[in-house]
Write a protein that binds this ligand. Structure first.
Ligand SMILES: NC(=O)c1ccc[n+]([C@@H]2O[C@H](COP(=O)([O-])OP(=O)(O)OC[C@H]3O[C@@H](n4cnc5c(N)ncnc54)[C@H](OP(=O)(O)O)[C@@H]3O)[C@@H](O)[C@H]2O)c1
Length: 347
């Protein structure tokens, strides 16, 4: 193992704020596990953390902060009371920030055995997007088999996970992608219909694919599609809101404050009286507030990892970057051009 390193953001801003710094050796407290990290996943939320716009990062950590929600590696040390995990075990896990590092120390319940089908890089890109997709579908939306479900950004990390889970749930899935090079990936992950909105107007195509409307729409675009996503619900229908990336710039790495404010004002507000008469539900969540929820994490990961073992879920397509090139990974993810997951490697 080389010298311990971590990525640190001292103050909010562009890609230059991602600094690689030495990390001190940490030891696990009671009930905790220290993992030597081989790879860590990059999520769009990490870019939002770096920009200084992620509420739970400010609430739980403040500045400086090491971003990163997920990792894969080997158990290096266990704290008192941890008896079911031994040093050397191959694991993956989630952490509320701090993942972009050579080591993480987390509570035992946030660490899971790595499935034999995954290498460390595939494992590192698995938990966040799949837990997000799992929570959206199986804790919130509960689509029935045959339900018509529209997934925005369907070739991205969470979008691709949603498509795979919808295939398991027996739903009819319509995946929306923003560029032609993403169509094949969305199809391969299980979309019954793919709409390439760079080539055809989104909503007429969405109406043709499900003339009666959608039982569920999953939207992390925010302002650019939220009003129409709601309008295209069946009755009853459920809109699951879990992100707002269309408010943020695709290049430059810094929020454009005037546009952000305008988009915030334009973001639809949902009125309970109208919701009742429209027979519509709007559901929303943020996974980073759920890390203490052992019931949610353990049940979700147990089901997800069982589907992996059965070959019913596959690892998303992964693009890897060395940890030192974290800024390139953020730049790529913010461009909106990536397919699947980006993962940082510690070798
Ligand atoms: N609530 C939660 O707990 C939770 C957890 C994880 C992720 N999320 C959210 O889920 C979304 C997807 O996250 P991810 O990590 O899996 O990323 P991703 O989907 O792999 O990448 C983001 C995708 O969003 C689309 N996009 C639309 N407008 C964009 C813009 N202005 N800038 C950049 N991308 C834009 C692009 O796809 P198309 O052009 O093909 O649409 C892009 O590829 C993000 O909004 C993230 O914050 C929420």
């Amino acid at each position: 193992m080389g010298p311990l390193r971590k990525v640190v953001v001292h103050r909010p801003g562009g890609h230059g704020q991602l600094r690689l710094e030495p990390q001190a050796l940490a030891h696990p407290g009671p009930g905790e596990v220290r993992v030597e990290v081989e790879a860590c996943g990059v999520n769009y939320a990490d870019c939002v953390v770096r920009m200084g716009l992620y509420a739970s990062a400010k609430q739980y950590v403040g500045w400086p902060i090491t971003p990163g929600f997920e990792f894969a590696g080997r158990v290096a040390e266990v704290g008192a009371g941890v008896e079911d995990l031994a040093p050397g075990a191959a694991v993956l896990g989630v952490t509320r920030f701090g993942g972009y590092a050579s080591q993480v120390v987390v509570p035992r319940h946030q660490v899971f055995s790595r499935p034999a089908r995954f290498d460390a890089v595939q494992a590192a890109g698995f938990p966040t997007v799949f837990l997000t997709a799992y929570f959206a579908l199986f804790e919130l939306a509960h689509p029935r088999p045959g339900a018509r479900v529209l997934v925005h950004s369907a070739a991205g990390g969470v979008g691709g996970a949603l498509l795979q889970l919808l295939r398991i749930a027996g739903c009819f899935s319509v995946g929306v992608v923003g560029a032609s090079h993403k169509v094949q990936s969305a199809r391969a992950l299980g979309a019954d219909v793919v709409i390439d909105k760079s080539h055809e107007p989104l909503w007429p195509a969405a109406e043709r694919a499900a003339p009666g409307g959608y039982d569920v729409v999953l939207d992390a675009n925010g302002v650019s599609t939220l009003a129409q996503s709601y309008r295209h619900l069946a009755k009853p229908g459920k809109l699951v809101v879990y992100g707002f990336h269309s408010m943020l710039p695709r290049e430059g790495g810094r929020p454009r404050w005037a546009r952000l404010a305008a988009d915030w004002l334009r973001t639809p507000r949902f009125n309970p009286l109208a919701l009742t008469n429209d027979n519509a539900s709007v559901l929303a969540f943020n996974l980073s507030y759920l890390f203490e929820r052992r019931d949610v994490l353990e049940e979700g990961m147990a089901r997800l990892l069982a589907w992996v073992e059965q070959g019913r879920l596959v690892a998303p397509p992964v693009t890897r970057y060395p940890l030192a090139q974290v800024a390139d990974a953020h730049r790529a993810l913010e461009s909106g051009r990536t397919v699947g997951k980006l993962v940082l490697t510690l070798d």
